[in-house]
Design a protein around this ligand. Structure first.
Ligand SMILES: [Ca+2]
Ligand SMILES: [Ca+2]
Ligand SMILES: [Ca+2]
Length: 326
């Protein structure tokens, strides 16, 4: 899935490849590169030696809203905000790399996937801890919108993607993990990963990026909860404060054999505004749906846990998340 984007974004795609490698490198090690600030223990490597730390029972945290897996979490609250409305200016497909538009946020960009196989890329300004809600609404039933946000400078920002069927609105939620040089790209989903010639004067869209206030589910250790992402580009958010001085692990698993989620798990220190770990595959299990992060001596801070999907199958985005002490 990652490499599939590369040829289509030209030079920007090449930078995007570096960003992807950076994210992969980070998946088993928390960041220690953020300017000397104190960070929790960076030993985020999956640890298969502590299964006995699992809680004896699985309980819903009574202080949290119910999350029964039947419906997606509402991870954010709407914020009243004026939108800057603009119209795209071609060329903006990223080839050469300077051929990129600019989008002011919060805002709406009106554009068209025209001519066939058109790619529209806009630079955007995002900050760590931001939570953004994106929609790409087609102007006719012709366009199947596909939205991607990536960091052209590399670093700790995995790509985030949302897409929808022809005529439907693509939705994407993005919790920004680190500083970066971001762009948002719009295509027809049927031109991804292989160009199929979709596009033309009727393939219009309105791309809107709005700031949201995160509404995480508060959890305490140890706990197991179940969840289900609302859409392929949605995130679920959890938060916890401290771990009573104990080491901890957070694991996300496909909740059922039928789950089609390919999870990615990130932990963000809300107080320090920095990411302490990203994992997209718990290599101690055979299943790439599973992810795991943890630390031996976390700083006494408040953390955001971000659960995302990096796959392309929206059939069943359910999962189980376990927070355990070491
Ligand atoms: Ca265009
Ligand atoms: Ca274009
Ligand atoms: Ca994964």
């Amino acid at each position: 899935m990652r490499s599939a984007f590369l040829p289509r974004f030209g030079l920007v795609g090449s930078l995007f490849a570096l960003a992807t490698l950076g994210a992969l490198t980070a998946e088993t090690a928390c960041s220690t590169s953020n300017g000397g600030a104190t960070v929790p223990d960076p030993s985020a490597a999956p640890d298969s030696s502590t299964p006995s730390d699992a809680p004896a029972s699985t309980t819903e945290d009574s202080s949290s809203p119910p999350q029964d897996g039947a419906t997606g979490q509402d991870a954010g609250a709407d914020v009243e905000q004026p939108l800057t409305v603009a119209t795209e200016v071609e060329p903006n497909g990223g080839t050469p790399a300077t051929a990129v538009g600019t989008m002011v946020l919060p805002g709406t960009m009106n554009g068209k996937i025209d001519p066939a196989n058109d790619v529209d890329i806009f630079s955007i300004q995002l900050s760590p801890g931001d939570f953004w809600d994106w929609t790409a609404t087609p102007t006719t039933a012709d366009l199947a919108p596909h939205v991607i946000i990536f960091d052209t400078a590399g670093g700790q920002n995995p790509n985030v993607v949302g897409f929808a069927a022809a005529g439907a609105t693509a939705k994407l939620q993005h919790f920004v993990l680190s500083t970066g040089t971001f762009v948002v790209g719009v295509r027809d989903a049927r031109n991804v990963p292989t160009m199929t010639g979709k596009g033309g004067p009727t393939y219009g869209y309105a791309l809107t990026g709005k700031r949201k206030t995160p509404q995480p589910i508060a959890v305490t250790f140890p706990v197991i909860k179940t969840g289900k992402l609302a859409a392929i580009g949605s995130v679920d958010l959890y938060t916890f404060t401290g771990t009573n001085g104990k080491g901890f692990d957070v694991a996300v698993r496909g909740a059922t054999p039928a789950s089609t989620i390919d999870s990615r798990l990130s932990i963000f220190d809300i107080t320090a505004k920095q990411t302490i770990g990203i994992n997209d595959d718990d290599t101690t299990t055979a299943d790439t749906r599973d992810t795991k992060l943890g630390g031996a001596s976390p700083a006494p801070s408040t953390y955001m846990v971000i659960v995302e999907n990096e796959g392309t199958d929206a059939t069943d985005l359910s999962y189980e998340i376990e927070l355990s002490n070491r």
